[in-house]
Design a protein around this ligand. Structure first.
Ligand code: HSE
Length: 306
């Protein structure tokens, strides 16, 4: 058994509009890197990021703690996190660290976990950040590509995205509340009309069909969410302009990335992604907000680096 393992895991976007808590897509925009080293006892966390280092408040720490209990691991574990996915912006930051930690602990202790068990373990760490467990980001970050989370029992369908799919993520420079995911989940309606549920179901199934048939245009043009987006968009300054501008500049679809406040535009090879990025930045600027734009592609999942 090795003494030390380093795993790199990608950022991700959850929901893709109508697939709330069900769809995830790994993005090569950012990566977190987690190194686990055996030590005599306890769990200690070091990081270059601005995140909690108490194991129960840290997604990677919670994954390791849960794995130690579940698999009766007696060794202590030192966790070092190189944080590159911006935390709290809807880019699957907490999930990337949790995913890397789950894959690393599996390798370090030769647990032999299958994909679903890895996602379940990574998801148990998400509780440290989101308060509730949802598997969309962690599934994408562990497995890569496009994922559909099937619940109860948990199992994940993974589909390789079309090569032609392109995205632009705009990350606004705003201060996000500490418990952002809880706050943005609290505004979602608990009751929805049959009409809205049909619209979102139609959009979500078309997105899944787009991934299954490798049709980037079908994916982007099916992104329509009449349930969660209307409830959350007030939390994102300039959202309506960002969306309108991106669509005008050639995006085929626009969604809030995960719980926000980042906004993601979808398009395909051949589109002028720089123009889409500039249009999104202009949308945020209209609300006196600066943003970072990242043009990206789907990513593979967590990778063991040694
Ligand atoms: N599906 C989750 C949400 C993702 O939208 O609340 C949070 O990262």
């Amino acid at each position: 058994m090795p003494d030390k393992i380093t795993v790199k895991a990608p950022s991700s976007t959850a929901n893709l509009g109508p697939g709330f808590d069900v769809f995830g897509l790994a993005l090569n925009a950012f990566h977190d890197e987690v190194t686990l080293t055996r030590q005599d006892s306890g769990i200690n966390i070091t990081t270059d990021g601005n995140i909690p280092t108490r194991p129960t408040d840290n997604t990677a720490g919670l994954v390791v703690k849960n794995a130690k209990r579940k698999f009766k691991i007696r060794d202590g574990i030192k966790i070092d996190i190189k944080k590159r996915v911006p935390a709290g912006f809807g880019m699957g930051s907490s999930a990337a660290s949790a995913a890397a930690a789950a894959v690393a602990v599996d390798r370090l202790f030769e647990l032999g976990l299958d994909s679903d068990a890895l996602v379940e373990l990574a998801g148990s760490g998400e509780k440290a950040s989101a308060g509730t467990i949802h598997y969309d980001n962690v599934a994408a970050s562990v497995l890569g590509g496009f994922v559909i989370v099937r619940d109860n029992p948990l199992s994940v369908i993974r589909i390789k995205p079309p090569q032609s799919l392109r995205m632009c993520v705009a990350v606004p420079s705003i201060t996000v509340p500490k418990k952002k995911t809880q706050a943005s989940r609290s505004v979602i309606p608990t009751m929805i009309s049959l009409k809205d549920s049909i619209t979102n179901l139609s959009s979500a199934t078309s997105i899944a069909a787009g991934f299954a048939s490798g049709d980037s245009h079908m994916i982007g043009s099916s992104i329509r969410d009449v349930i969660v987006e209307p409830a959350r968009q007030h939390m994102i300054p300039g959202f309506a302009s960002v969306k309108r501008n991106a669509l005008k500049a050639g995006a085929t679809g626009v969604a809030i990335s995960g719980a926000g406040p980042s906004v993601i535009a979808f398009s395909e090879k051949g589109a002028d992604m720089d123009e889409i990025a500039a249009a999104m930045a202009k949308g945020f600027a209209s609300a006196k907000t600066r943003c970072q734009t990242i043009i990206c592609k789907p990513s593979v999942g967590a990778i063991v680096r040694g």
